[in-house]
Design a protein around this ligand. Structure first.
Ligand code: AOY
Length: 495
């Protein structure tokens, strides 16, 4: 069969139909054949476990990193997208065997019998059980977040075959964690200089163009929306609608980009800005204002020429600087706008601009720059109420699996009917030690701890997948509730 693979075969949209047995291998689009969603070496691992192995049990954890805890999010998307249902098909097996034959040079290295067992004995459904901490939970690093084991003794080899896909949850979990840290930082400044209740729209996702795939935009943008409600990443709305029951997970407003301002010509920037007020001035509108000179735009255009129009808006003008050293530019812009539009001093002793005017900074934003901007503002007595932040590449792309050192490791196995602890403990790096035994996550005096399954304490891990079925789903609302509970307790504590 494999000798005809790859030669003049048309692309078929999914794994059904004429392809099989006719000498033409069926081809699946990227992501649509589960057997191909793994690392090459895993194709060969079924031959490598000790003879008599009937169970492989593995777990997923953050082994530390930039932050001391992680906000778990995103597993449900991966389960529903890739693992749920009868995902093993004859056509999928054929395709994977063909790839393995050419890629590894020997089709006998491919576990055809193993996959056919799943197809025929399990109706194509993956015989594994996956347990996980509920999404939206904030868990200290070094704790178990997910466990997985095979439920059919013949399928001991399947557990770690799925590592590649399951470990991709590092990404939404790391984005959710970073977004949460931004929320803590901005929340802290709001608490001391302004209105903490306004937190939901203080960090807007600008990251769609900066991520390496549409799927990353959906999953990472979705993770941000666990903590906030502002986004320009529409893929995240679709993902959260389809997988987390959110009719509308995030919101945005009309806003300019440079092309819509600069196409009027340098001499007509004020006309471009007037047009923004005329087109959108009944609500909130954001206008990037640094095309030529952000300070002149604030003092002469917004602050003089269009001042009355701004003051007579039904809504609000949000001015967006987009270049220069953000802490300096933002404070200078606020000083100019304060002089032109006026301000009040709030109960905490900080200045708040006339309510028709606000600022959004979306250039150069990461955790460190945001802290610098908020600090410079506070030093100049400007409340955090005056600003919102846009974050793109640093929110969705400037992070990797090592940001929180995520790892998936086998910790228990059954060989010849006897359970054994499994672990690694490399002399060259104790940071890479793994846990041993069957694990559970418990709450001990309000703190999460990872202990042996047979120890005391109620397991917080919930079975979310078993034998092809998603057993428990969470809505975005539920997930936000859990994450928010943690956030409120945290903000209250830190003074
Ligand atoms: N969006 C708030 C609404 C969105 C954006 C998106 C890259 C917005 C800008 C704004 O105000 O200025 C992707 C850069 C900006």
């Amino acid at each position: 069969m494999q000798e005809t693979i790859g030669v003049g075969t048309g692309t078929k949209e999914s794994g059904t139909g004429v392809g099989t047995g006719s000498g033409y291998a069926t081809r699946h689009r990227l992501g649509e054949n589960l057997i191909t969603l793994t690392d090459s070496y895993k194709l060969t691992h079924w031959r490598q476990y000790p003879p008599g192995t009937s169970k492989v049990y593995s777990y997923f954890e953050s082994r530390g990193g930039k932050f001391g805890e992680t906000l778990f999010f995103g597993l449900q998307y991966y389960l529903q997208r890739y693992l749920e249902g009868s995902v093993i098909t004859e056509e999928g097996i054929d395709e994977a065997e063909g790839i393995a034959a050419l890629h590894l040079g020997d089709k006998a290295l491919f576990n055809r019998k193993g996959w056919e067992h799943i197809l025929h004995e399990h109706d194509g459904k993956l015989p594994v059980s996956i347990k996980a901490v509920p999404e939206g939970t904030v868990v200290p690093t070094h704790n178990v977040l997910v466990t997985i084991e095979n439920t059919c003794p013949d399928c001991y080899w399947l557990t770690n075959y799925l590592e590649t896909l399951l470990v991709q949850t590092w990404y939404p979990t790391t984005v959710a964690t970073l977004s949460m840290k931004m929320k803590e930082l901005i929340g802290d400044y709001l608490k001391h200089t302004g209105t903490p209740d306004a937190i939901d729209f203080k960090l807007h996702d600008f990251g769609f163009r900066g991520v390496s795939s549409v799927e990353s935009a959906g999953v990472g943008g979705g993770a941000h929306l666990v903590n906030f409600r502002g986004t320009d990443t529409i893929a995240a709305l679709v993902m959260l609608r389809d997988h987390y029951g959110a009719q509308m997970a995030g919101f945005s407003i009309p806003a300019a980009e440079h092309s819509t301002i600069t196409s009027w010509g340098k001499a007509h920037e004020a006309d471009a800005m007037r047009n923004m007020l005329e087109q959108f001035g009944r609500g909130t509108v954001a206008v990037v204002s640094d095309s030529y000179n952000i300070f002149e735009a604030c003092s002469r255009i917004w602050g003089k020429k269009l001042r009355d129009k701004v003051l007579n808006m039904d809504g609000m003008l949000v001015i967006r600087p987009d270049s220069g050293h953000p802490p300096e530019v933002v404070v200078k812009v606020l000083d100019i706008l304060g002089e032109r539009f006026g301000y009040r001093v709030n109960g905490k002793g900080y200045k708040v601009l006339n309510d028709k005017v606000r600022v959004i900074q979306g250039d150069g934003i990461d955790l460190e720059m945001t802290e610098k901007i908020l600090k410079a503002m506070a030093e100049n007595k400007w409340s955090a109420d005056n600003i919102a932040f846009g974050m793109g590449g640093a929110l969705l792309q400037k992070l990797d699996r090592d940001t929180q050192k995520f790892a998936f490791k086998c910790s228990s196995a059954v060989v010849d009917g006897r359970m054994r602890n499994v672990f690694k403990k490399p002399v060259t790096d104790p940071g890479k030690n793994s846990k041993a035994g069957r694990l559970k996550l418990i709450l001990r005096d309000g703190d999460y701890a990872t202990v042996q399954e047979k120890a005391n304490g109620e397991d917080q891990l919930v079975e979310v997948f078993r034998d092809g079925k998603v057993m428990r789903t969470y809505t975005l609302e539920e997930i936000r509730g859990r994450a928010n509970g943690w956030f409120s307790r945290h903000l209250l504590r830190s003074d």
